[in-house]
Write a protein that binds this ligand. Structure first.
Ligand code: PEP
Length: 249
């Protein structure tokens, strides 16, 4: 049985001060639950705030990016061992905004995943097609190559989470229909199965992301291959993140 994951991606929002206020509201709503897990991907400067406030709660935290080298002359970058020092349990890799605005490639994702695994941090690899790629019938081809290349150093014995985020649905208010999302999730599991074997593929959580809100999450979570959500905008208020994260399973 795969645990459902509800992950908030704060992006470049929520400095330490705002994060503290948010957590004061969010933490009391969240109680341990064997069938679900919560994660917050916060800006680097707010990670110590999460570390201090979340350590005795069921909520986990992670970085939104990392460099693939453990240290060195890479001004402005943060390494996986540094995330580990802040007790991050997860690291986001290849979010479409990083691919689009910061030149992240499948090759750089692969190296970051390797670095995270070496630091004992679970990578969450984001994949997804643009509107143009979907219109051109290329969705499966794109997803397959993002997964195969991104997981070049993936290890069937190490933890991994995939987030399917159609680029056209991120921050746009457009949500994939249940049929579209399930179809891609089944396909992702098939690709994982050919890489890691069917048993391991069946254990890997595949999250959906793209304009998920309390109003539209019920239909999606009911689908057999949707194991939770990666949530941007709606994770910015404690109330709506908790509403999504506490949805009946
Ligand atoms: C995201 O940032 O990963 C995301 C899915 O954003 P939103 O929920 O705002 O579409």
């Amino acid at each position: 049985m795969r645990k459902s994951i509800f992950a908030g991606n704060w992006k470049m929002q929520m400095g330490p001060h705002e994060a503290t206020k948010y957590l004061n509201e969010f933490i009391p709503q969240i109680h341990p639950d064997k069938s679900r897990e919560w994660i917050i991907f916060a800006p680097f400067v707010s990670l110590p705030t999460l570390q201090n406030n979340l350590k005795n709660t069921p909520i986990k935290w992670g970085g939104q990016n990392c460099h693939h080298e453990p240290k060195g002359a890479f001004t402005g970058e943060i390494s996986a061992p540094m995330l580990k020092e802040l007790d991050c349990q997860y690291g986001l890799v290849g979010h479409s905004e990083r691919r689009q605005f910061f030149g992240e490639t499948d090759k750089s994702c692969a190296l970051k995943i390797k670095a995270l695994l070496e630091s004992d941090i679970t990578p969450m690899l984001c994949v997804g097609e643009t509107q143009k790629e979907r219109d051109g019938g290329m969705t499966q081809e794109i997803i397959k190559s993002q997964i195969e290349q991104g997981l070049e150093y993936g290890d069937p014995l190490r933890p991994l989470v995939i987030a399917y985020e159609p680029v056209w649905a991120i921050g746009t208010g457009k949500v994939a229909t249940a049929g579209m999302a399930e179809e891609v999730h089944v396909f992702i599991r098939k690709v994982l199965s050919s890489k890691f074997g069917q048993e391991r593929a069946g254990q890997i959580q595949i999250l959906y992301g793209g304009s998920v809100k309390p109003e539209n999450c019920r239909e999606l979570i009911a689908l057999p291959n949707i194991d939770g959500f990666l949530i941007g905008g709606a994770s910015l208020t404690a109330k709506s993140f908790a509403q999504i994260g506490l949805i009946p399973l």
